[in-house]
Each structure stands twice: as C-alpha cells, then as structure tokens.
Design a protein around this ligand. Structure first.
Ligand code: DGP
Length: 114
C-alpha cells in the first residue's frame, strides 16, 4: 500500500524511533504518547485492521501479541503491567488503517475508555 503511513515507516521512508524489528513485525514509539511507555507493534504485511485479518494471518497475529507482551516487559511494564489496545475502524477510533497494537504503561490507566 503506497499511501499507507505505517508502510512508509516500515520501508524507512518516514523516520521512527524503532524499538524492535524482525521479518514479520516492527515496533516503534508512538509520535503522540498517551503514557510514559507508549509504542506500537505492527505487522509488515499491510492488513487494514484486526477484522481484515484472515485465516492465513493467524500465526502473524500470535507473533504480534507475543512480541507486544515481551516488549512491554523489556520497557519497564513487567511489574505493574499496562494496556494492550487494538483500535478498529470509526467506532474504535482507528486513525491509521494499518493494523497496530498500542502498548501503554508506566502509569495507572483508567477504565472504561471514554
Ligand atoms: P490509532 O488511533 O489506533 O489508529 O493510532 C494511531 C497512532 O499512530 C496514534 O497514536 C499516533 C500514531 N502515529 C501517527 N502518525 C505517526 C507517525 O508518523 N509516527 C509515529 N511514530 N506514530 C504515528
């Protein structure tokens, strides 16, 4: 997807503060952090949102969540935890149409979300 912001970050066409990268995924810090720890974990494959992921993406979804969890541990959330968020489409307040997991931590987060 040529006009996708996150595809451009994957290709290095837009700079990001990268935390992790392998063949399947990358993780980078959110440009507009909502907590002391706030990074995004995304698949390199362009999938518009979680509901667009197919049967063939099930392994990738597992990798995405497992890496989100291990990176949360590595960034200081191991004791107090944090929040793992996947926004989806309009009602979910998704603003970038490339599947991503937000990882937030470093402070107590309220519930329910507004
Ligand atoms: P969402 O609303 O769930 O689609 O979240 C998209 C997030 O992406 C939002 O928290 C801000 C972040 N973001 C948008 N543009 C950029 C960018 O150019 N670089 C980085 N690092 N994050 C971005």
């Amino acid at each position: 997807m040529n006009d996708c912001l996150f595809c451009k970050i994957i290709k290095g066409e837009i700079p990001s503060k990268k935390l992790y990268e392998d063949d399947d995924i990358i993780a980078f810090y959110d440009i507009d952090p909502k907590a002391p720890v706030h990074f995004l974990v995304i698949p390199k494959k362009h999938i518009e949102n979680i509901m667009e992921a197919g049967k063939e993406d099930e392994r990738l979804l597992g990798v995405l969540l497992a890496r989100a969890a291990s990176l949360a541990q590595e960034t200081g959330c191991e004791d107090r935890g944090g929040r793992f968020v996947i926004n989806c489409k309009e009602d979910g307040a998704q603003s970038v149409n490339h599947l991503h997991v937000h990882v937030l931590g470093g402070r107590a987060l309220g519930w329910p979300p507004g």
